[in-house]
Design a protein around this ligand. Structure first.
Ligand code: HEC
Length: 147
């Protein structure tokens, strides 16, 4: 393959890889938020002692939360994306630095949980609670209530 052809091909692959997030930020952030819910839901029975403690499973979930949170706010929350099928509050764009700070705190709490490397439910409970407090904390301010 000549170089021009392979360059064009890699550009189109790049565009295909990027399009889901950039073409529809509403769907991308809905998927991001739903994954957060799923990951927290996988940890919750472990915190409660309803499932045996599995340190590597816990670490996998914490690392998946960190990867999930590692997204560009400007891409997922572009100005004007409070229109349509969304419960994003206009406050996000009125106070983008406050929204950014809430996101940073959430990421910091995930990083702290990973650093704590919890080995039992008693050690997981406080760091899990720290992460989970961000969900409601951010939703309270930056998400509209429906109905
Ligand atoms: C920095 C702010 C912020 C943090 C932190 C945050 N969320 Fe959200 N979340 C939002 C906003 C804003 C929306 C509304 C998005 C929309 O409708 O476009 C939302 C929507 C959701 C939704 C609904 C998705 C849908 O449309 O079906 C779920 C579920 C959710 N969040 C779960 C979580 C969980 C679980 C956590 C914590 C682990 C979390 N969120 C942390 C801001 C946040």
């Amino acid at each position: 393959m000549n170089r021009m052809k392979s360059f064009v091909l890699s550009l189109s692959l790049l565009a295909a890889a990027l399009s889901p997030a950039s073409a529809n930020p509403l769907e991308a952030r809905e998927a991001q938020m739903k994954e957060r819910g799923r990951l927290l839901g996988s940890l919750s029975p472990i915190v409660k002692g309803e499932q045996p403690y599995d340190a590597s499973k816990v670490m996998d979930a914490l690392e998946a939360l960190a990867a999930n949170a590692d997204a560009d706010l400007q891409v997922l929350w572009p100005a004007g994306s409070d229109m349509g099928d969304t419960t994003a509050s206009p406050k996000i764009w009125e106070d983008f630095s406050g929204f950014h700070a809430a996101d940073e705190k959430y990421r910091a709490d995930i990083a702290a949980a990973i650093a704590a490397n919890p080995q039992d439910a008693a050690a997981l409970a406080p760091v899990f609670g720290g992460i989970a407090s961000n969900c409601g904390g951010c939703h309270e301010v930056f998400r509209l209530k429906r109905g």
